[in-house]
Write a protein that binds this ligand. Structure first.
Ligand code: PEP
Ligand code: MG
Length: 610
């Protein structure tokens, strides 16, 4: 069998050789030695090799990604040049220890020492020591560490997982796609793949064992299929599919310039999600009406230390200036869960997604929070800024965050610094407790934005990173549809606008339902905007909304409602494979679901148990 199945999370087909990104085994044993001088010489050589490698990575990163990203490697070079670690290893070798073991012991000792210091800067150095020691150890053991910066030919990366910080390092020129063992549709590496427009398949159990390095594979980011050593026939078939996708994209180009309206002229906002200022151009190129989510935590990643107020100010200003009058929703730091900051030194937790993260960290660390709020408020005069807080679970959290923002604003004004007169303040509804009392939030906020990635994970108690429970990512399940409707209705009843910035907002199956429910703003990957606008132009909110009351109670097929909609999609798209936008079909699937629930539609053709 030459096919592996995973979850297609970023569209596109790519055919290339693989780059296996796996951590080598770095375990070492304590051994008695006879020649201490020889051990010291091996250490010298390993340090020299590690230094050469780090200098190379630093130069490459600087050229490809810039100074901020390269700073982490400058810090590593400093650690490498510090004689303290080497002296400690020498002492251990003198006491009869082999160099590998001496290195591990010495580095553990320094890591613990730095971690126990009161000074946050010193604590952060522990991570650098760990990284540098790992690099020297790899040289001693003569094994290769994976190195994204060293890739200089077109590849598909195969890895256990790609952390968000690894994903931002990917060089689009060479990295044509990726396959991972774990992950789901809403894990952050998947979201970033869509932002970077790199086709990706995640949740391919055992991919790193089944796929060899430098093996030619076909990756289909739509179907989630990975084909190993493709036959000539398969190559031809996929090359044809690749061509079709390109033609489809070209046919949609005209929608970049058109307004986001349904067939009756009803207008909504189709906005883009971004992670870095560089992503703004893609939103504009795709005709986005605004930015519905700027995930600012990516400014904090891949660097040795926190971004300063000035650095953040420049980043926010650049985004706002480029967007001009178009609404730009900036979300405050949402760190934790699968988004780690090594220098923040978060304690290890059993359930990081349920733990110390996002607004909880910010409210607990006013100094950290204030730097971001000052930078944001200073940048507010350059565009149409709206500020949004993540992971709000209680009204008190929202009030405290909002008050903090207003206090910082007053402080800036007292300092004579210009701030926009009125800045809309909103929150993400992504915790079920907030969804249930959305009406209370809507009374105190200017807008709500539904974060379905987390809302679905928390409602179903299903980790969004775990492919084993990926089947519980069910955006069309009545539990989710009812929550979404509750939030939209609560917002509108309280003169609040309501958007959605989770992945569901760009899901073509969900769009007719969300449109019918009255969602005002749909924020998605920039590359989805054009095709969703084409779809919208074929829908009628007025006609669709008549079906909402039937959709919600879901008397029948409760368990398999999502599966059912998917089946509708597959059956219809097979028959209508020439259709460019599939819009009529998506509309149809919503109607069919409604009709079927009324008992007026024959489900037998879909071959599913009802
Ligand atoms: C969400 O949870 O839906 C969301 C948009 O935020 P993130 O994916 O960054 O957690
Ligand atoms: Mg979230």
């Amino acid at each position: 069998m030459n096919k592996l199945q995973g979850i297609g999370v970023s569209e596109g087909i790519v055919i290339a050789k693989t780059y296996l990104l796996v951590e080598p085994d770095l375990t070492v044993q304590k051994q008695a030695i006879e020649d201490g001088e020889a051990e010291k010489a091996r250490l010298q050589q390993a340090i020299a090799q590690a230094k050469e490698e780090l200098q190379h990575i630093h130069t490459e990163t600087l050229a490809k990604l810039g100074e901020q990203e390269a700073a982490i490697f400058s810090a590593h070079l400093l650690v490498l040049q510090d004689p303290a670690l080497e002296m400690e290893i020498h002492q251990k070798i003198a006491a009869g220890m082999n160099v590998e073991y001496a290195l591990v012991e010495a580095s553990d000792m320094f890591v613990q020492l730095f971690e126990s210091m009161d000074d946050a800067y010193m604590q952060e150095r522990a991570a650098d020591i760990r990284d540098v020691s790992r690099r020297i150890l790899a040289k001693l053991l003569q094994v290769e560490l994976p190195n994204l910066a060293a890739i200089n030919e077109e590849v598909i990366i195969v890895a256990d997982d790609l952390t968000p910080s690894m994903t931002v390092q990917l060089n689009k020129q060479y990295v044509r796609g990726f396959v991972t063992n774990i992950g789901g549709r809403t894990s952050h590496s998947a979201i970033l793949a869509r932002t970077l427009e790199i086709p990706a398949v995640v949740g391919v159990t055992g991919a790193t064992n089944a796929i060899a390095s430098k093996q030619t594979i076909i990756l289909d980011g739509n179907s989630g299929e990975v084909i190993l050593n493709p036959t000539e026939e398969q190559m031809a078939q996929y090359e044809q599919l690749q061509q079709q996708l390109i033609e489809q994209q070209q046919a949609l180009v005209k929608y970049k310039q058109l307004p986001s309206v349904d067939q009756d002229g009803y207008a909504v906002e189709l906005a883009g999600n971004i992670g870095k200022p560089e992503d703004v151009q893609k939103v504009l190129d795709n005709g986005g009406d605004g930015i519905g989510l700027f995930r600012t935590e990516f400014l904090y990643m891949d660097r040795a230390d926190y971004p300063t107020e000035e650095e953040q100010f420049e980043a926010y200003k650049a985004v706002l200036q480029q967007m001009g009058d178009k609404p730009t929703v900036v979300r405050t730091l949402d760190i934790g869960g699968d988004k780690e900051l090594p220098y923040l030194q978060l304690p290890h937790e059993l359930n990081p997604f349920l733990g110390y993260r996002a607004i909880r960290i910010c409210l607990d660390n006013p100094n950290l929070f204030d730097v971001q709020l000052r930078a944001l408020l200073r940048a507010s005069v350059y565009g149409n800024l709206k500020v949004m807080f993540p992971m709000i679970a209680t009204i008190e959290e929202f009030r405290e965050a909002k008050q903090r923002l207003l206090d910082v604003k007053a402080q800036l004004i007292a300092e004579g610094i210009a701030v926009a007169d009125y800045i809309e303040i909103g929150l993400m509804i992504e915790v079920p407790s907030a969804a249930v009392i959305a009406d209370l939030f809507a009374k105190e906020a200017d807008f709500l934005s539904i974060g379905t990635n987390d809302l679905i994970q928390y409602t179903f108690a299903a980790d969004r990173m775990n492919e084993k429970v990926a089947y519980l990512y069910q955006p069309y399940h009545p539990a989710i549809l009812r929550l979404v409707k509750t939030i939209i209705d609560a917002a509108h009843a309280n003169d609040c606008w309501v958007g959605m910035c989770g992945e569901m907002a760009g899901d073509p199956i969900a769009i007719p339902i969300l449109l019918a429910m009255g969602l005002d703003e749909f924020s998605m990957s920039a590359t989805s905007i054009v095709s969703r606008r084409a779809q919208l132009a074929q829908l009628s909110k007025q006609q669709l909304q008549a079906h909402i009351p039937t959709l919600l109670p879901l008397q029948r097929l409760q368990k398999s409602s999502s599966t059912y909609v998917k089946h509708c999609y597959n059956s219809a798209s097979n028959k209508l494979d020439e259709m460019l936008t599939c819009s009529v079909f998506f509309c149809m699937s919503t109607f069919r679901l409604a009709e079927m629930l009324n008992g007026t539609y024959d489900t037998s053709c879909f071959d599913i148990a009802s």
